[in-house]
Design a protein around this ligand. Structure first.
Ligand code: HEC
Length: 227
């Protein structure tokens, strides 16, 4: 009896060790990312940050602008336009020091290149660093495309993917009426859907993921309500 218990406990222990050892190297996949989008209770970040969906758009929109850390200018040798370039041109500590303005590094983005990062954007970067700066691609889209509202889905999507540039670069897209105005010209729809006639957006970045495009188009087809 005693031996049996010991055997079972050992087996359980082994399973536990194997499971734990597996995790640090794991690239976030649809199943390992937190599907409900509610976070894990430690602030407003998820337990599995997706590089392609969440980190790259943030870096492209806020840091990889012309004259800053894009492929052409790459100030201080730092090029933040792709996973490979991020990993080969900046360390985790320089990245975090720059967004906090600590460790002798000027705060980024600099005051003359607004907007500043929000605390939830900084938390997201920190969570990605803590998770090992993984190259999460093909991540689960946390959008319920059957329930697309301006405040719940569309504006956060603009905040994450566009406003790093379009807070100061025209067209300014910082609120509903400005977005609706651009939508009525037809150019915003074409820019997001890469239909030609206007530069494809987001600039210098892959097209938004298909579930984001579906959500955006559904919202437009519903009359682009301010809901
Ligand atoms: C890295 C900076 C950057 C990001 C990110 C970005 N844009 Fe742009 N966008 C620009 C610049 C610069 C222009 C104007 C230059 C040009 O014509 O290419 C522009 C132009 C536009 C235009 C006007 C097109 C026209 O000619 O009328 C629209 C609409 C637009 N962007 C929408 C978006 C949307 C929507 C997003 C997010 C999904 C986005 N942009 C993300 C930099 C950016």
């Amino acid at each position: 009896m005693k031996r049996k218990i010991i055997l079972i406990l050992t087996a359980l222990g082994l399973v536990f060790i194997i499971t734990c050892r597996h995790q640090p190297n794991e690239i976030p996949t649809p199943t390992s990312s937190n599907g409900n989008g509610n976070g894990n209770g430690s602030g407003n970040v998820k337990d599995s940050v997706c590089f392609a969906e969440e980190i790259l758009p943030l870096l492209i929109s806020n840091c990889a602008k012309a004259g800053c850390h894009d492929a052409t200018t790459h100030q201080e040798g730092i090029n933040l336009t792709s996973y490979g370039n991020v990993m080969s041109t900046i360390s985790a500590s320089d990245l975090m020091n720059s967004v906090h303005g600590t460790g002798g590094i000027d705060i980024m983005p600099p005051a003359n290149a607004p907007p500043a990062l929000t605390s939830s954007q900084i938390n997201l970067l920190q969570a990605w660093v803590n998770q090992g700066m993984l190259n999460g691609i093909d991540c689960q889209c946390n959008i319920d495309t059957n329930n697309v509202t301006f405040s719940g889905v569309i504006f956060p999507m603009f905040q994450a993917n566009c406003l790093g540039c379009h807070t100061s670069s025209t067209p300014i897209l910082t609120n509903y009426s400005l977005i609706k105005f651009q939508l009525d010209t037809g150019r915003l729809y074409n820019a997001i859907n890469h239909l030609g006639g206007v530069p494809p957006m987001p600039q210098n970045s892959p097209q938004l993921s298909s579930c984001r495009i579906i959500a955006f188009n559904k919202w437009v087809n519903a009359g682009a309500p301010n809901n």
